[in-house]
Design a binder for this molecule. Structure first.
Ligand code: ZN
Length: 377
């Protein structure tokens, strides 16, 4: 699938599907290229030529020819000028699988050319993690708005309002009765808002929700939320109902980043105490791989920047860390391919439905080799 010439938000790239793709050969090409500035095109060309020269030296003739024709095939997709807003280009290509996909993305990315047995997704995953969308629920006692904030845009998802009774329309009614009816109506209205939030949060993976509004209704709404929605609330803010998108993004970004760091810290603390108690945890590349293969991982924690070389047997999925692979798979005798071990663990986690969290910095994570897992049991 080649893009139709429009931008793709990182969040719309189907990483789950891509992580299910794997080839039996080491010739799956992934390209990450910056395209935002005028010098990028020339630099991308130089970069690719240089990588080709290196590969010519290290790959066998047959494999090098395959890689070269793969690159020739994608050249048309690398070249064209960026469209408006495009800062990066991601290309996946495999000749043997007849697969070719290009994404034009609105974020700048580091230049990378990777040959692997599957799409190389780690840089994309980290970029996506940084821009995880979050929801904003704006509410007062008579109206509500649900807004999805992602990639620097506000998308209005839902809105509702009630027509509260007017005192003078209710002629003859006692003040107390009027007040009771009014409170009942607001309660019902807010119950409706929690239902909207329920369907809103079930669709996308969200970093969290900010509840905001000018008066008391936001606190009332928060108190009414079922526990799993309450857990998603990052903050309750005193904002005007008509706060413009730009201001929502500015304040929301700050709040959600701070929350994300706090959340990462909590996960690392949980991992550490699980390890210390000797239960429900795995750490270091080899142990984490075992736990992932058994489908036991609830949360995979990856310290950003962690690099572990490894090798993989695609026929029996034997995955081991280590710089120099043996000449053939010790388990089944098939040829082996060199891989990025962390990338392979990330793909395993995707396939087994584990939650993946990237940690910005943590001396503890460094001390356990940059990778750890909190287990389901
Ligand atoms: Zn094998």
């Amino acid at each position: 699938m080649i893009d139709d010439g429009s931008l793709t938000l990182l969040w719309d790239i189907d990483v789950r599907r891509l992580s299910d793709i794997y080839d039996t050969r080491d010739t799956f090409l992934t390209l990450y290229l910056p395209v935002g500035s005028s010098s990028d095109a020339r630099r991308n060309d130089t970069f690719i030529e240089k990588r080709l020269r290196t590969m010519r030296k290290v790959l066998g003739k047959e494999m090098y020819e395959e890689v070269r024709s793969n690159i020739e095939r994608v050249r048309d997709l690398i070249g064209p000028d960026p469209i408006e807003g495009e800062k990066g280009r991601i290309i996946f290509s495999s000749l043997s699988m007849d697969l070719l996909e290009r994404y034009r993305v609105p974020v700048s990315i580091d230049r990378k050319l990777v040959l692997d047995t599957s799409p190389y997704l780690l840089p994309l995953a980290i970029l996506r993690d940084d821009i995880l969308p979050y929801g904003v629920v704006m509410v007062d006692s008579r109206s509500s708005k649900l807004v999805l904030v992602r990639s620097g845009t506000c998308e209005s998802i839902d809105s509702s309002s009630i027509d509260l009774m007017n005192k003078h329309k209710m002629g003859g009614m006692s003040q107390r009765r009027f007040q009771r009816l009014r409170e009942g109506a607001i309660g019902n209205f807010l119950k409706g808002v929690t239902d909207d939030m329920e369907s809103f949060t079930s669709q996308d993976r969200l970093r969290g929700i900010i509840i905001a509004g000018p008066g008391e209704a936001k606190k009332q709404l928060f108190d009414m939320l079922p526990p799993h929605l309450k857990d998603m609330v990052i903050s309750v803010m005193d904002w005007d109902m008509d706060m413009p998108c730009g201001e929502i993004i500015e304040s929301g970004e700050e709040i959600s980043k701070a929350h994300e760091m706090e959340w990462g810290k909590e996960l690392v603390d949980e991992l550490r105490s699980d390890i210390l108690r000797g239960e429900s945890a795995a750490f270091g590349p080899a142990d984490v791989r075992k736990a992932l293969e058994k489908g036991k991982v609830r949360d995979l924690l990856i310290l950003k920047g962690t690099k572990v070389p490894g090798w993989l047997c695609e026929s029996c999925q034997n995955l081991k860390k280590g710089k120099s692979p043996p000449s053939k798979c010790p388990r089944c005798g098939s040829p082996l391919t060199q891989v990025d071990f962390i990338e392979e663990l990330y793909e395993l986690a995707q396939r087994t439905g584990a939650h993946i969290d990237f940690i910005d910095s943590s001396p503890f994570m460094e001390s356990i080799g940059g990778i750890g897992a909190i287990l389901r049991y």
